[in-house]
Design a protein around this ligand. Structure first.
Ligand code: ARG
Ligand code: ZN
Length: 889
């Protein structure tokens, strides 16, 4: 159903539901062409609200019958609604029968077909595409579900909770009946009817209870489920140990499906996953994929408490569950990674993502607070701001009250709200109340501006050293740019973890004026107003401030440090995050200096020497070295500029890469030889760090060889590609050839395709690698993408495949931002085509153009024209309409 005239939904307009649904009995006669849904709802009027009609949501479904208390009742339709003006009293049962069509459901929301069977996705508003309901998260009911289907085609029938009974029916059909004892909102409902097999594991948790864990996949994929199962077990153990949150279900199921819009979904007891985040074997998945499986399995499992046991009152509170659960999965992955260095590597990865995706979002037309004030299409608000910035807000709370204080806060949160649908205020209040006297509790209202104000705050820091007085005065100030909806921004509470580093790299003791005794070498400073002045005493040497360690707040920091200061931090900072950050800033400043002119970018000796020192330092982890030796991305560079010329940034980036390859040539060769993993494959941080560094080194060596006409390293890369014992090394070697446009890239790509033609997730990598390669002056990547769109393996219908080629290409700045606008024309065409089938996917693609105002000419005008072309299309979905119209506003 396309309304096209969606009025925005506003947070301030929230009212409690006029009716409650206490229990739901659903019966499904499953058929891909036409499924019959029978629903019996036990309804109770909410006596706190005035008497009013019962309005149930429904979308793309056909009503067959409706009865109240077993008798006919008069009803009418409004757009998207079934209205019963006069329900029979305050308590009644409603019987509804309707049909839906899984085969025609190309949106993948509601009940849809995939090649292995029938699956559901109900968050946020998919349940109404299955049957009429009060499809809002504050209406929670107990569900009993009967599934009936052809036994041969759909041998596995699953729903939430516990299996009550199952058995044969006539005509080759069978049935299964499920009951979920936990009250839940409709968005957590799920069913699966498919031809799948399961890896099973029985576990006994600390409490002595037994649980059955299952991972369901297609028949041929069972050998790729071990890591998902291990990750699930690790998640269960971790949540019990860290937050005292046990598994509350007898049975916990994960089901993998190849057609899925998102990563995965936390349906109670029946998580449904994109295959990308379940299937992993050393031969088909990279180290990054293994990490992705671990974190998404953790994420969905952790939702069982933060999301399911306590859910959101309304969708504006989405970050209540998402920000908190991302924080929890980040902490889980860090704890799994191991020591301080591996933790820092994970943190750097997370911050890179935040700054590359969320910061631009916060500065663009889709900017919104962590708790948005309005939306047109709720699916557009599953964003980096709600998820990743939301996680940073939770992390700041933990920094302000300490790790134990935070755990106390979580305990109080569950004591107060378990079983209910609540708000972000309730969460912040619980953490604060469990920590009286903390900066969170005394400054709670100010702190909560992080939920209410959009945009990334700026922090400026300036230090003055007085040798005579042995004092160091540090002045910190904050400001935030106004935005359309919020012309005036108020100051935030900003925790700044800091240290002072001496000229020889020593960590200085931090003693503030008026304090007695020593106070350690690291502390949390809290800015809670526009300006803060700190006076450190007994400072014997001029210090370099190391601020915002571990990226303790999601802000843009301007600390005015000189190159010499940054080199000191890069060499010596005890905080690995800031060490990395210093290196990035040194590289970034070289790039930014070169971008405006026509002069070539130059990597100076000081920086080259510092990078070499990191690469050769035996005390540092390979994974950390790899991050330090990776230049900031073109996209990140573009974001630092008010107006950007994507082709010039690409040229500068390429020039610096070439110099890095050349000047560290012998060091790269050394790094490659000395970081080989010869023992059996383990996806842990130690081994994957060595592989990451060796692969980066190989990339550099091949790049340099191709530039100088040398054939040795490309030959070595090809050999490594052929002989590789795992996907990380195979793909690493292939990428080295493809990214350098080596002649051997073509035969390697062909061989790779032949080897993995039946592995959908690997073929996705094959498309993505080609679409993401550095563009050449003669546009080879773009030409390749045009050809690949016609490849027999390509299809826009499968979201993973569409993302692998189309999204990878459109995230490849120099290939996409062509001066002849051909990239934009393709974008407009594909947004329109995808939108007709799958609005959620289309609006994600549409968003890749939202930063168009930052582009220099001729790109800016061409981008506006492409956006206008999409906006002019009638019948655009609400999702895509919202994105393009906000972009053009
Ligand atoms: N709750 C899911 C997760 O974060 C994501 C569901 C997204 N659904 C959507 N329609 N956007 O794990
Ligand atoms: Zn989530």
């Amino acid at each position: 159903m396309r309304e096209g005239t969606a009025t925005p939904v506003r947070r301030q307009d929230y009212t409690a539901p006029a009716y409650w649904i206490r229990s739901v009995e659903l019966t499904f006669d499953l058929d891909p062409g036409k499924t019959i849904v029978t629903s019996r709802l036990v309804i109770e009027r909410n006596l706190d609200t005035p008497p009013q009609p019962l309005k149930l949501q429904g979308e793309d479904i056909t009503l067959l019958r409706v009865q109240a208390n077993g008798e006919s009742v008069s009803f009418r339709h409004e757009p998207g609604l079934l209205v019963i003006d006069n329900p029979p009293g305050d308590n009644f049962t409603l019987d509804i029968r309707n049909t839906c069509c899984p085969d025609k459901n190309t949106q993948l929301s509601g009940l849809f077909s995939s090649d292995s069977g029938l699956f559901t996705q109900c968050e946020a508003e998919g349940f109404r595409r299955i049957t009429y309901f009060l499809d809002r998260p504050d209406v929670m009911a107990v569900y009993t579900v009967t599934l009936r289907a052809d036994k041969k085609r759909y041998p596995v029938l699953l729903s939430n909770g516990n299996l009550l009974e199952q058995g044969p029916l006539d005509n080759g059909r069978h049935y299964a009946k499920w009951h979920d004892p936990f009250r839940k909102p409709s968005y957590l409902f799920a069913l699966v009817a498919a031809d799948l097999v399961a890896r099973e594991q029985l576990i006994r948790t600390r409490s002595g209870r037994d649980h059955l864990l299952q991972v369901y996949v297609r028949r041929g994929d069972l050998d790729k489920t071990e890591h998902a199962m291990n990750s699930l077990i690790a998640s269960i153990i971790w949540d019990e140990a860290r937050f005292k949150l046990p598994l509350d279900l007898e049975r916990f199921m994960i089901v993998a499906v190849g057609d899925f819009n998102m990563g995965a979904m936390e349906n109670k007891g029946l998580n449904i996953f994109n295959t990308k985040y379940v299937l992993a074997s050393p031969a088909t998945a990279t180290d990054t994929d293994f990490m992705g499986v671990e974190s998404v399995v953790g994420h969905e499992y952790f939702h069982n408490w933060t999301g399911n046991r306590i859910t959101c009152r309304d969708w504006f509170q989405l970050s209540l569950k998402e920000g908190l659960t991302v924080f929890r999965d980040q902490e889980f992955s860090m704890d799994m990674a191991g020591g301080p260095s591996a933790r820092a590597v994970k943190r750097i990865d997370d911050v890179r993502g935040l700054r590359q995706v969320q910061f631009p979002e916060d500065a663009g037309p889709m900017a919104h607070p962590v708790r948005p004030d309005e939306y047109q299409a709720i699916n557009n608000f599953y964003t980096a701001t709600v998820y990743e910035k939301g996680a940073e807000v939770v992390r700041m709370m933990q920094t302000l009250v300490g790790r134990e204080g935070f755990e106390r806060g979580m305990t109080l949160y569950f004591q107060r709200h378990d079983g209910f649908a609540v708000t972000c205020d309730d969460f912040a209040q619980a953490i604060a109340d469990a920590n009286p006297g903390s900066m969170l509790s005394t400054r709670l209202e100010t702190f909560k501006r992080w939920y209410a104000q959009a945009g990334t705050p700026h922090v400026e820091a300036r230090g003055r050293y007085d040798a005579e007085q042995r004092r160091y005065v540090l002045t910190l100030s904050q400001w935030s740019s106004p935005s359309a909806q919020q012309p005036v921004k108020l100051p935030y509470v900003i925790p700044v973890v800091m240290g002072l580093v001496g000229p020889e790299g020593q960590a200085l003791t931090l003693q503030l004026e008026g304090e007695y005794g020593h106070s350690g070498t690291e502390r949390v400073i809290v800015i809670d107003d526009e300006r803060l002045e700190l006076v450190f005493v007994n400072v014997d040497v001029p210090p370099v401030p190391s601020l915002l360690r571990g990226f303790s707040a999601p802000v843009r920091l301007d600390d005015g440090l000189s190159d010499a200061d940054l080199l000191t931090l890069l060499r010596h900072d005890s905080d690995a995050f800031n060490r990395w950050e210093a290196g990035q800033r040194l590289a970034l400043s070289r790039m930014l200096a070169a971008v405006p002119g026509a002069a070539p970018a130059v990597l100076d000796d000081a920086l080259v020497d510092a990078l070499r020192a990191v690469l050769r330092d035996p005390s540092l982890d390979p994974a950390f070295k790899e991050l330090v030796l990776t230049l900031p991305t073109e996209r990140y560079v573009a974001e630092q500029l008010d107006t950007s010329d994507p082709q010039r940034i690409h040229a500068v980036h390429q020039a610096l890469q070439a110099q890095l390859a050349e000047r560290l040539h012998d060091d790269w060769a050394w790094a490659f030889e000395h970081h080989q993993v010869t023992e059996g494959y383990r996806p842990d941080s130690e081994q994957s760090g060595r592989r990451a560094l060796a692969n980066r080194a190989l990339g550099m060596l091949v790049r340099h060889a191709v530039a100088t006409g040398d054939a040795v390293w490309p030959g070595k890369a090809y050999g490594r590609f052929k002989e590789a014992a795992n996907m990380t090394d195979r793909l690493g070697a292939l990428a080295a050839l493809v990214d350098a446009h080596a002649e051997l890239a073509a035969p390697a790509l062909e061989r790779f395709h032949t080897l993995f033609k039946d592995e959908a997730l690997v073929i996705d990598k094959w498309f993505a690698l080609q679409a993401g390669a550095p563009e050449t002056a003669d546009g080879r990547v773009f030409t390749r993408v045009k050809a690949l769109l016609k490849h027999p393996d390509f299809s826009l219908k499968n979201p993973n495949r569409a993302r692998s080629l189309v999204f990878s290409f459109m995230n490849n700045p120099a290939a996409f931002h062509r001066s002849d606008a051909a990239g934009y024309a393709l974008w407009a065409e594909l947004v329109i085509e995808i939108d007709a089938a799958n609005p959620q996917l289309a609006s994600r693609l549409a968003r890749l153009m939202e930063r168009w105002r930052r582009l220099a000419e001729p790109w800016q005008s061409a981008a506006r024209e492409a956006l206008a072309r999409v906006a002019a299309k009638p019948n655009l979905s609400d999702d895509t309409r919202e994105v393009v119209s906000r972009a053009l506003e």
